[in-house]
Design a protein around this ligand. Structure first.
Ligand code: PGA
Length: 238
């Protein structure tokens, strides 16, 4: 598989290099549409973007969202991203999921947006320790578009750590863009930080292409850039 590997020395370097990769990807695209992830991994990237003050405007496309929460719930990914990056950058056009609405309607809404406007120009993604991208857990078919999924216990626990126990029971279901939507993205930037991601990153990029490792779909993609710190990249050939 051909991909562009960018290795960062520390968090600040990671943020800076991810931002540079993002700007490179946006270059020359008129009104770009961009998928952005939540999670701990992109934090230095968002910090760098916030502080640089020169980010071109783009349309934000939600990668995933819990369902069944009230629209003012602090756990919503759209709230997280609003605070972290979208409000500071004054990104106004946001394709998001309404957590409290009927999931089937939300699926139709997002599919209609893709149908009318085209898919993402740039997908920025994280990778879960089990190889998930968005909420496409192991076993997710590569040919499915936006869908409503049940979360694995593993993922619910990992996500609980973002807010602590005080927010009570984590949602059991979520909406996610499917791998088929991610495949349609013209460019992909995968972000990975920390030794816990080293093995799955190696498997995803150099192992078997299988739905057991959802991120392995990337091996068939063009225009893939990996931005990883040394710990996450330690098993990759470079
Ligand atoms: P993390 O999450 O960035 O918090 O490790 C990534 C993911 O689970 O997709």
């Amino acid at each position: 598989m051909k991909y562009n590997l960018i290795i960062a020395d520390d968090d600040a370097d990671f943020g800076h290099k991810a931002k540079t990769a993002f700007y490179d990807a946006l270059n020359g695209i008129n009104r770009p549409k961009v998928i952005l992830p939540t999670g701990n991994t992109p934090a230095p990237f968002y910090k760098d973007l916030r502080e640089s003050g020169d980010c071109p405007s783009f349309t934000y496309i939600a990668l995933d969202e819990y369902t069944g929460l009230m629209e003012d719930d602090k756990r919503l990914f759209k709230k997280w991203l609003a605070q972290e990056i979208l409000d500071p950058l004054e990104i106004k056009v946001r394709w998001t999921f309404n957590s409290a609405a009927n999931p089937a309607c939300e699926i139709e809404k997002m599919r209609a947006l893709f149908f009318k406007n085209g898919h993402a120009d740039v997908a920025i993604l994280g990778i879960g320790e089990n190889g998930h991208v968005g909420f496409n857990e192991p076993g997710s078919p590569f040919n499915e578009s936006v869908r409503h999924v049940r979360l694995t216990e593993e993922t619910r626990k990992a996500n609980m750590a973002y807010w602590g126990e005080q927010y009570g029971v984590m949602p059991t279901h979520a909406l996610t863009l499917g791998i088929a939507d991610l495949i349609e993205s013209k460019k992909t930037i995968l972000l990975a930080r920390g030794a816990a991601k080293a093995e799955i990153l190696q498997r995803a990029l150099h192992g078997e292409i299988t739905t057991d490792v959802p991120a392995s779909y990337l091996q068939r993609q063009e225009n893939v850039t990996i931005v990883a710190d040394r710990a996450a990249a330690q098993l990759l050939p470079h």
